[in-house]
Design a protein around this ligand. Sequence first.
Ligand SMILES: Cc1ncc(COP(=O)(O)O)c(C=O)c1O
Ligand SMILES: [Zn+2]
Length: 395
Amino acid sequence: MSSLTHLECARCGKHFAAGQTHNLCDCGSPLLARYDLRRASPKLEPRHLQSRARDLWRYREVLPVRQDASIVSLGEGFTPLLHAHHLGDNLGLPNLYLKDEAQNPTGSFKARGMAVAVSVAQELGIRRLAVPSAGNAGGALAAYAAKAGMEAAIFMPEDTPLVIRLECALHGAKVTLVSGSIKDCGRVMRERLKGGDWFDVSTLREPYRVEGKKTMAYEVFEQLGGRLPDAMIYPTGGGTGLIGMWKAFGEMQELGWIGERRPRMFAVQAQGCAPLVRAFAGESEQAAEWVNPQTLASGLRVPAAIGDFLILRALRESRGAALAVSDGDMLTAVREIAETEGILTSPEGGATLAGLKKLLGDGFLAGHESVVLFLTATGYKYFEALETLASQRGN
Ligand SMILES: Cc1ncc(COP(=O)(O)O)c(C=O)c1O
Ligand SMILES: [Zn+2]
C-alpha cells in the first residue's frame, strides 16, 4: 500500500493535500510527493522485494497510487541492467553498466512516469490529459491514456521523429504539431486548452511523473545487489529522471537502505541546447532559456526546465557535473553501443556514452569506478537519424 502523506513545494516547502488535483505551487515551483517512510520501511526491505512482480509497482509503498485498482499498467519498469563487458574493456572501465530503458512499453523510460501519472489521474477521476512533449513522453501518454480509456491531447514540435507522431495518432490521441521547441508547444497548449477540463501533465507541472521515473534508482540498487554505483550518467532535458533518482536516494536513506554516500550525478546535454551546462559552469542556481535550440536528440531539445534548480542542486551536492556533447558524437556512440553491446539506442542514449568518454578523458572519472549509463529510449523510433548514421558507412 502507498504510504503517501502529502505534497510539498520543492522551493518554499508549502504543503498540499494528497488525493486532490494539483499542478504547481502558488510560488510557481514543482510539488513533490512525500511519504511516511517510517511506516513503509518494514514492508519495503530489499529482502522482501524478491518475490514481488518484476515491474515498477514492486515499490508501491513509495509510489503515490493508493488503490491497486487504479493502476494502469502496460508492464513498465524493472528493465535490465546489463554489464557492458566489451564497451567497458574498450574504455578501461570494468564496472560499466547500461540501464536498457528501451525495454519499457512504448520503447522509452517515459512509460514509467506516465504509468504513474495516468494511474493517479484514474484515482482522482480525471478523464482528459494534455502534454507538450519533445517526443517520447507524448507516445507514452497516448498509450497509457488509451489503456485507461482517457482522452489525450499532445502538442509536439513538427520535427518530432515520424514514428513518435504516428504512434500518438494510432493510440487515438489528438496530436497538434507546433513550429518550435517543447517550450512553444507548452505555450500553444495552454492557450488552446484554457478554461477546458484538460489536466496538464507537463514535466514537473504535475507531481507524479517524477515518482515513476525515480524507480530507476531503486532498480539499480537492487540490480547491483544492494549498492549504488559510483556515478550515473543521464541524458537531461527537463530533468525528471535525474530529479526523481536524487529524490529516491533521500528516501532510500530514510528507509535504511543506504547511508549518506550518493553516486555522482552527471547530466549530459546536446551542444545545440545546453542550458544546464551553461548554468552549471556559471555557478547559477537557475538556467536561463537557451535560444534557438538545435539537436537531433529530440528529447534533449528542452530550452528551459522548470526543475532547473533541482537538477543543478543534485549535480552540485553529488559532486557531479553537466556537460555537452555534439550530435555527431552521440551518433558515433549509438553505433559503438550497437556494435559492442547489441543494443540499438536512441541519440539521447548515445549521448551518455559520448559524455562518459569526455569525463574519462578529462579525469572526472577513473577506471576503477562503477558507472551506469541510462539508455533512455530505443533507436527504432529515430529512423531518420539511423538512416543518416547507416548511410555514413555506405550501407
Ligand atoms: C529518449 C529521451 N531521453 C532523455 C530525455 C530527457 O528526459 P528528462 O526530461 O528526464 O530530462 C527525453 C525526454 O523527452 C527522452 O525522450
Ligand atoms: Zn512554493
